[in-house]
Write a protein of this length. Structure first.
Length: 452
């Protein structure tokens, strides 16, 4: 089999690349996907009448092209929502983001948080030449907010000491309120929308699976092959071995698989690239989905849990995104627990701890019946932005780029991003393959701002 462009992975990045290549009249292209459906982690599964995504997959549309494409793909099957996100700590719920909404916490905690923040505003530290996330958080939000939320929550999520994390990932994703907003949020239940995800869209029917399905439907028959796992890639000979297809020869290769998985399949690799691959770190999200036989378990969209007494860092209530995700009288939940990538996990013990924690947090009642329990782990949940990441990527991509390989998307580019950006990664990749991109265009990311 011979193709001009071979695309590894049928998630949003791969499908978007194929779509935008086709829209420009490019030559032959082939998307190979290991699962029996497209979507990857932006997909859904049905269990016992419930539909579960791979944790919360919500559409935050900030770019004109991305918005127009998604609205066209999901025409008539998309609803708008204003975020209802909360934090549970010290036995009370407070609004997200924590740094702007401390009202309701114990008085000593509120004072610690507000005083620490005001100290950073009036006596700011000199910026560090090589800041780590922990020192950045203390300098940006103060010791109190860092102590009561930023440190415990992010340690649960990233599973590494925060002094080992860089600040490369957080600039667009961690909102910083003004001193007036911090003081106001300590005194009043303020409803101001902070952050890039303050408003979102979600399909009315079909879960998030409806998005990759709609994108794949825009491609010609035969462009996407499912149940087609990549078994090996010879970078020198430009040949991939694909289950069910045999050898596939290509001119250009686009990888959207997790970078570590792609490098484990690819050969030959020089010693410096192999060493760089060993320096990449990630966490695995152990995602437990529950179908509760009770309507209206929560009126919230999701809740963050920074305290160590809870094994999970977040619980979501997708029935509040779409009532079609559950049968009548039922409520779907997703529960997220992070562990270091590759760590062994006693899943039955973790499940018992999660259910106990949900009852302690009063999410579940003692008599609640669980109609469905479905684990849907995400092997590479979050890429760890430690100080080894950037130099390792520079070494890896210098080598793969010279061999005509594009590695894109959240996992292929080994970064922290969201669905719209992943779709735009595919667009930009197609433009590069067609020789239409420029340096200015590559850097033109839409600002992530909350609705006014």
């Amino acid at each position: 089999m011979n193709v001009d462009v071979l695309i590894l992975g049928g998630g949003l990045a791969g499908l978007s690349t194929a779509y935008h290549l086709g829209a420009s009249g490019a030559g032959s292209r082939l998307v190979v996907e290991a699962k029996d459906r497209v979507g990857g982690t932006a997909g859904s599964e049905a269990h016992g009448g419930f539909t579960f995504d791979y944790t919360g997959h919500l559409l935050h549309l900030h770019d004109a092209h991305g918005q127009a494409l998604v609205l066209d793909l999901l025409k008539g099957n998309l609803a708008e929502h204003q975020r209802r996100a909360w934090i549970y700590s010290h036995g009370v719920h407070t609004r997200y983001p924590f740094q702007a909404n401390t009202r309701g916490l114990p008085a000593a905690v509120v004072a610690d948080c507000v005083a620490g923040f005001l100290e950073t505003a009036h006596r700011p530290d000199a910026p560090a030449r090589r800041p780590d996330f922990l020192s950045w958080s203390r300098a940006t939000f103060g010791a109190g907010i860092t102590r009561h939320f930023m440190k415990p929550y992010n340690e649960k999520l990233w599973r590494v000491p925060l002094s080992r994390l860089t600040t490369e990932w957080q600039g667009r994703f961690v909102p910083k309120p003004s001193p007036a907003e911090v003081v106001y949020g300590a005194l009043v239940d303020q409803n101001k929308l902070f952050g890039y995800n303050a408003g979102f869209r979600y399909p009315v029917r079909g879960g998030i699976q409806s998005l990759p399905d709609a994108l794949a439907a825009r491609l010609e028959p035969g462009v996407v092959r499912v149940n087609a796992r990549v078994e090996a890639v010879d970078l020198r000979e430009k040949v991939a071995v694909v289950a069910g297809l045999g050898e596939v020869r290509y001119e250009r290769l686009v990888n959207t698989l997790p970078l570590v998985d792609f490098l484990d399949l690819a050969a030959p690799l020089p010693a410096d690239v192999k060493a760089a691959r060993r320096r990449l770190r990630w966490n695995t999200v152990w995602n437990l989905n529950l179908g509760v036989a009770r309507a209206g378990v929560s009126d919230k969209h999701w809740v963050y849990y920074p305290e160590k007494r809870f094994p999970f860092y977040r619980v979501g209530f997708p029935g509040n995104f779409s009532s079609a995700l559950a049968p009548a009288g039922g409520s779907p939940l997703y529960v997220e627990v992070a562990r270091p990538g590759g760590a062994r996990v006693d899943v039955p013990a973790l499940e018992r701890a999660v259910l106990r924690g949900l009852r302690d947090a009063e999410v579940l009642r003692p008599r609640d019946e669980l109609a469905v329990k479905a684990w849907m782990p995400i092997k590479v949940g979050y890429v760890v932005y430690d100080f080894a990441r950037a130099p390792a990527l520079a070494t890896i991509f210098r080598h793969t780029s010279a061999l005509g390989v594009e590695s894109i998307g959240r996992y292929g580019a080994w970064k922290y991003s969201f669905m719209e950006e992943t779709i735009l990664d595919g667009k930009r990749c197609a433009e590069r393959l067609l020789g239409k991109s420029s340096a200015a265009a590559e850097e033109n990311f839409a600002p992530l701002e909350s609705p006014k």
